[in-house]
Design a protein around this ligand. Structure first.
Ligand code: PMP
Length: 308
């Protein structure tokens, strides 16, 4: 991202991105001791409004995850949401955006043991399509296993844990896949490198439970709600075997960045009929409409940045 004039929230101030820098010895940079979030905001021109999607829920998750590392930002989810809306207004964003809150151990010295110093920042930047999934993605099972809760909790959205995602996504690209699917140490399907996974089998929607070493995704949660309430589908949280990927009727990823992304090939095998499936297509449309404020029942998911 090359616009260094964009304002970000750093050390309790709104400063240009070029001035928001850290010392090279920063604990978080050397040891991965940070916790981050990813939030989307969608600009809806006909309403002259930018909707932050489940912003408070993201901040609640952030604050909960920060407790794992004991680096909780000293503000409430409501205050953090208001700061985010203020960032949108100060930057006068009239485009889709991505918001990146980051909380980290900020002492600049050598030594792993934390000394209680932490800091946080919230950056917001213009952001469009993360990965073009309009024709479906080709996913491949990674040789890297998902990090385990006993070692580095995947649910924590901890910076250092994303080395696992980087290894898997790099390998996936070497193999010509669009995205990786990581198995956990038990051999069950966990998730993609930056997204959760869903499978349709026998008319039911199935997704791995949190205890299978997944991040407890908010799009995952929204999709479960939409599938149950709008499509009256059975949604089941249970472990998924690798071989089920090969016989699934439909597969898709969910995540703030990827949104709802159909998987039409997995390990070089065609998923279902090879096109975007009925359930996937329907959920994708519902998610798009709900996050642009076009379904009244889901307005509570949206925080309008300008008219708040
Ligand atoms: N899993 C991982 C590893 C992720 O990084 C993300 C992105 N935050 C997700 C799943 C999806 O989570 P969400 O729907 O909250 O964006």
């Amino acid at each position: 991202f090359d616009n260094q004039d964009v304002l970000i929230y750093f050390n309790n101030q709104f400063v240009p991105l070029r001035d928001a820098n850290v010392n090279i010895l920063t604990h978080g940079l050397n040891y991965g001791t940070g916790v981050f979030e990813g939030i989307r905001g969608y600009w809806v021109p006909e309403e002259e409004e930018l909707f932050l999607v489940r912003c408070e829920d993201h901040y609640h998750r952030w604050k909960a995850n920060c407790r794992i590392l004991e680096i909780d930002p000293p503000k409430s989810a409501e205050e953090l949401t208001e700061i985010t809306a203020e960032l949108v207004r100060r930057n006068n964003f009239k485009t889709d955006i991505y918001v990146r809150p980051l909380s980290y151990m900020s002492s600049a010295r050598v030594g792993v043991r934390p000394d209680g110093q932490h800091s946080f920042a919230i950056a917001a930047i213009p952001f469009g399509v993360y990965i073009d999934s309009s024709k479906g993605l080709h996913a491949g099972v990674a040789s890297w296993r998902r990090v385990e809760d006993q070692a580095l909790p995947a649910r924590g959205k901890i910076c250092g844990a994303y080395v696992n995602s980087v290894l898997a996504t790099t390998e996936a690209h070497y193999h010509g896949y669009d995205e990786a699917i990581l198995l956990n140490q038990n051999g069950h399907v966990a998730e993609g490198s930056t997204c959760n996974i869903f499978m349709v089998r026998h008319g039911k929607l199935i997704t791995p439970p949190p205890s299978d070493n997944i991040l407890e995704g908010l799009v995952r949660d929204s999709v479960i709600t939409l599938a149950r309430r709008e499509m009256h589908l059975d949604v089941i949280e249970r472990s998924i075997d690798r071989s089920e990927l090969y016989i699934a009727d439909e597969l898709f990823f969910t995540g703030t960045a990827v949104e709802v992304a159909p998987i039409t090939m997995v390990d070089h095998r065609t998923v279902g009929c090879g096109n975007i499936g009925f359930v996937t297509g329907h959920i994708r449309e519902l998610y798009t409409q709900a996050t642009r404020g076009r379904i009244a029942d889901y307005h509570a998911w949206l925080h309008p940045a300008y008219q708040a």
